[in-house]
Design a protein around this ligand. Structure first.
Ligand SMILES: [Fe+2]
Ligand SMILES: [Fe+2]
Length: 470
């Protein structure tokens, strides 16, 4: 068997001196590649893609650009450097030294969190595997593949933790991460949004805007962890995640920009009549992916979330900015549905950690929507996009099981059925969007429904040959 070397797997975990870990990764790597060839991007595996590869965590090393064939991408293992003397800074163990090994009493909790995070990474690659054929430009095609290989690396990051710190059941979990399949009825991926089809580029951009942003907040909360290898792994993943959200926010922004241009060209102000995607339809896809992503944060009142905080496994986004890091005395207001009405209840702060993280996420999403709206206003068009109420279209948490309009007003079932297609994509919307999706694979060319990016990747122009097809 070919020996896994530092050359093949760039890493800063001293892989070459850890025989046990090497053996585990040597057994796992061919299965990963088999999964990648079977479930990764369909076609294009022989193409040369202008990709960024992380070769170290130094500012100069994590963004190395070159043409790479995807199966040859060097999926590496990188942790932020250890901070000497780091201590738990929230929960029940405040002030004690952080853990370099898995604490026995929290082993299951920790493993479940790592597996759940790990599962989302290959899931999104699976969801996006057919998008290459319909990419609106080579620039977009390259960005898709960049996101895909980095989600592959994020899987490696979680598998590294499982194989290094969890022994036999960690190895089993690492295998199962390669056997579940997005959308499969028998062995689906763990979380809802990761089983939804991402069947066209509008959904892809919404996914990278909203669902990857959930990833940012989960990783941010885990980067506070008292299990130090997890904290250090997640910190480095966040640097890559930023690009995924950039792809999403600017992608949606370019669809909006084009919608505005086409509205002004059309005698009736109708972007669809000019072969574009109208703002109303963009709002519907925003509603869908935003609400699916809100669900990913979990229940509004959650004993699991309380346990993860108490045990110092999962903190809050930028925990350092809070004053109280123990949260035993304090409460947090959470809305619940009682007797058909919304009631606000104060619940113990620790049980509201999911909801607290979700509120940070919502603020971040809101900033993105405001940037989009600014560009619409600059066209002199009197339409604004918005985030729907947190009560709208929820499947998890206290609002699951009730129907509301976008403002959060309760609706009876009949009204919901009659009106939901005003707010969420209909089958006809799907058909229309898909009818626009034709691959544009010539350098500098672009599909009609999207505007060009403001700038290219790594200082290259938009016309650059980001993908060389063979
Ligand atoms: Fe990721
Ligand atoms: Fe991502």
């Amino acid at each position: 068997m070919a020996h896994i070397s530092d050359e093949k797997i760039p890493n800063n975990v001293d892989l070459s001196s850890d025989r046990r870990l090497q053996r585990a990764l040597e057994q796992w790597q061919p299965k990963f590649l088999e999964w990648w060839m079977q479930m990764g991007p369909e076609g294009y595996q022989a193409g040369d893609i202008y990709l960024r590869t992380a070769i170290s965590v130094d500012p100069g090393g994590w963004a190395h650009f070159d043409y790479v064939k995807m199966p040859d991408y060097r999926w590496g293992i990188f942790l932020e450097p250890r901070q000497e003397g780091r201590t738990h800074h929230f929960g029940d163990f405040m002030g004690q030294p952080v853990w370099d090994e898995v604490p026995g009493e929290f082993r299951n909790l920790l493993r479940r969190l790592i597996v759940t995070q790990g599962d989302t990474e290959p899931a999104s690659v699976e969801q996006q595997r057919r998008l290459g054929q319909t990419a609106p430009s080579l620039y977009d095609l390259r960005n898709l593949f960049q996101v895909n290989v980095e989600e592959g690396r994020h899987l490696w990051a979680m598998v590294y933790l499982l194989q290094s710190y969890f022994g036999r059941d960690g190895r089993e979990e690492a295998e199962e991460l390669l056997t579940r399949r997005s959308g499969d009825v028998d062995r689906p991926r763990i979380l809802g949004a990761f089983n939804e089809p991402t069947s066209h580029w509008l959904s892809f951009f919404m996914f990278t805007m909203f669902t990857d942003r959930d990833g940012k907040y989960q990783l941010s909360a885990l980067s506070e962890s008292g299990f130090d290898p997890l904290a250090r792994t997640c910190k480095f993943m966040l640097t890559e995640e930023a690009h995924h959200m950039f792809v999403g926010e600017t992608g949606v922004g370019r669809v909006i920009e084009r919608a505005c241009q086409l509205m002004k060209q059309d005698p009736n102000g109708d972007a669809r009549a000019q072969g574009g995607i109208d703002l109303q339809t963009i709002q519907k896809y925003l509603n869908l992916w935003y609400t699916l992503s809100l669900d990913l944060f979990g229940g509004d009142i959650s004993s699991n979330a309380a346990d993860a905080f108490a045990s110092s496994i999962k903190g809050r986004h930028r925990e350092g900015r809070y004053d109280d890091h123990v949260c035993l005395e304090s409460t947090y207001p959470v809305e619940v549905v009682e007797n058909g009405a919304f009631v606000t209840k104060d619940v113990p702060m620790r049980t509201a950690m999911n909801q607290i993280l979700r509120q940070e996420y919502i603020k971040d999403c809101q900033r993105g929507v405001e940037r989009w709206n600014k560009s619409i206003r600059e066209h002199g068009i009197d339409i604004q996009l918005r985030l729907p109420s947190q009560r709208f279209h929820r499947a998890i948490g206290t609002f699951a099981g009730v129907h509301t309009d976008m403002d959060g007003n309760l609706l009876d079932d009949a009204t919901w059925e009659a009106r939901k297609q005003d707010w969420l994509p209909s089958a006809e919307d799907e058909v229309y969007i898909k009818s626009l999706m034709h691959g544009v694979h010539e350098p500098g060319k672009l599909a009609n429904w999207i505007a060009p990016p403001l700038r290219g990747i790594n200082g290259q122009p938009f016309e650059f040959e980001y993908v060389r097809l063979h």
